[in-house]
Design a binder for this molecule. Structure first.
Ligand code: ADP
Length: 313
């Protein structure tokens, strides 16, 4: 069963901006799907159309088989949306934000109270239920929007940049929670700027650039395209020059900071085996480049090359 099917979807805003130029993709029920792309690519527009906040220009959208043109209410009842912008009524209490949302979906009072407590507890906001939403931190407001989106237990949850501005510890607990509801059957579609987030959570990914889908595949397939990665190693003891390591490019940035570029043919095990042999101790390691940006650049280059080649032939 498909949770979502999109065919030849276009959107041109009133000012002539062509945000979507004809995109197709589908998401299986139960999937955890990432929609990635640089700023301005069209992700929010796509999510806006799927959740009926934005009118499409043309194309078809079906949510669990319900066409949004002919069965909008049925489609909407399947959806929960956590938008990118904070759109809470900031003068409402935390508890009422969630209770009132239950009202929109016709939940009875008793069930609404049970669900509100359940999701406010999960989002670690139950203790703050009497406070006005405006008194919450940015990360808490985002969690409140997630609790609000879940109260009618939608089959398909859209999350537009759910962890923007959320600190790392809470981000991880949100990931655990999202994995849990996905395992329990909720289909999730997520946009994010953090490749690590998509990598850690999602099984499939579509990459959108300038209103077109330029990649739609399993996450593992897409990650394999990231050929070259640069790591920054913090060393236990200073070096006077960069060591020679077979198969890797090395650059000494500071006497205790070594940059190492790794291609697809080598593993980090190769690197560490050679460092061990040379008696170089590594205290920590991090990715230098923003892998997501690197991935976009690579895919955009490949797409352009394809277009150039086909127009040359
Ligand atoms: P993303 O979420 O990937 O950053 P958006 O969907 O927000 O991208 O934007 C896609 C394009 O549509 C951008 O060029 C943006 O400027 C434009 N756009 C978005 N919303 C509007 C709007 N309400 N009116 C006109 N243009 C818009």
């Amino acid at each position: 069963m498909l949770a979502l099917s999109i065919r030849n979807l276009t959107k041109t805003y009133a000012n002539g901006n062509q945000a979507l130029k004809g995109i197709d993709f589908s998401v299986d029920a139960g999937d955890f799907y990432a929609l990635l792309g640089p700023n301005g690519a069209g992700k929010t527009t796509a999510i806006g159309i799927m959740s009926s906040l934005v009118n499409k220009t043309s194309g078809q959208v079906e949510i669990f088989g319900h066409n949004i043109d002919s069965e909008l209410e049925a489609a909407k009842s399947c959806i929960g949306l956590v938008p990118q912008e904070i759109n809470l009524n900031l003068w409402e209490s935390v508890h009422n934000v969630v209770l009132n949302q239950s009202g929109y979906y016709g939940l009875g009072r008793r069930l609404a109270r049970v669900r509100a407590e359940k999701y406010l507890r999960v989002m670690r906001l139950w203790d703050r239920r009497a406070d006005q939403a405006r008194s919450l931190s940015g990360g808490m407001k985002r969690r409140l929007m997630i609790a609000r989106a879940l109260v009618h237990e939608p089959k398909l949850l859209f999350l537009d940049e759910p962890t923007a501005g959320v600190d790392i510890e809470i981000r991880r607990s949100m990931w655990d929670f999202l994995r849990e509801i996905n395992a329990a059957g909720t289909t999730i579609i997520l946009t994010t700027h953090y490749l690590e987030e998509a990598e850690s959570l999602c099984r499939h990914v579509a990459i959108i650039d300038a209103g077109l889908i330029i990649e739609d595949a399993k996450m593992s397939t897409v990650l394999r395209k990231l050929q070259r990665e640069v790591f920054v190693l913090s060393l236990a003891e200073p070096l006077s020059k960069a060591p020679k390591i077979d198969g890797f490019e090395t650059t000494l940035r500071e006497d205790c900071e070594l940059e190492v570029a790794k291609g697809p043919a080598h593993t980090l095990n190769d690197l560490f085996a050679q460092l061990d042999k040379s008696n170089i101790k590594v205290v920590s390691l991090r990715n230098k480049s923003n892998r997501l940006e690197e991935l976009f650049m690579r895919l955009v280059e490949t797409t352009k090359k394809g277009v150039d080649e086909s127009s040359a032939s």
